[in-house]
Ligand binder design. Structure first.
Ligand SMILES: [Cu+2]
Length: 128
C-alpha cells in the first residue's frame, strides 16, 4: 500500500517533468511596459508593451490580453486586449476607476501557441 502510493507520487512527478520538458521555455522574452499619463490618473490610461527576445528582436504576432486589479479586495477586474501597433509593440487603453494601487496581469500567447504571464504594478493612481 505504501509502495503503491509512492509509485503514484513518482508517476505524478514524472508527468510534471515530462510536461515541463515538452514546452519550450519562454522565460527568455522581455516584456517592457510604459503607462501614460505618468503619473497615472483615474480614467483611461494607455499601456504600451514591447515584447523582445534575448537578442533584442521584436516579437510580433502575439495575442495579448490584460487584466487590471486593485491591491484591495472587492473590486471588479478590468479587462482589455492589446492591439499590435507595429511589430512587437502592443497598445491598450484601460479604464482605472479608482485612485490607489493597481496591478496588471498580462497574458501573452505567442504565434506558436506558447503562453507567458507577466505582472506589473501601477501604484499611486491619483484622483482625476
Ligand atoms: Cu479600488
Amino acid at each position: 500500500m505504501l509502495s503503491r502510493r509512492s509509485s503514484l507520487v513518482a508517476l505524478c512527478v514524472w508527468l510534471a517533468l515530462a510536461q515541463g520538458c515538452r514546452k519550450e521555455p519562454v522565460s527568455d522574452l522581455t516584456l517592457a511596459h510604459e503607462v501614460s499619463p505618468n503619473p497615472p490618473r483615474v480614467g483611461p490610461v494607455t499601456i504600451t508593451l514591447r515584447l523582445t527576445d534575448t537578442a533584442g528582436r521584436q516579437v510580433d504576432g502575439a495575442r495579448i490580453t490584460l487584466e487590471a486589479n486593485m491591491s484591495h479586495a472587492g473590486m471588479v477586474p478590468v479587462f482589455a486586449e492589446a492591439r499590435e501597433t507595429e511589430p512587437g509593440r502592443y497598445q491598450s487603453t484601460m479604464e482605472l476607476s479608482m485612485a490607489g494601487d493597481w496591478f496588471i496581469l498580462v497574458h501573452v500567447t505567442l504565434k506558436d501557441g506558447r503562453k507567458i504571464d507577466r505582472q506589473f504594478d501601477i501604484k499611486g493612481v491619483v484622483a482625476a
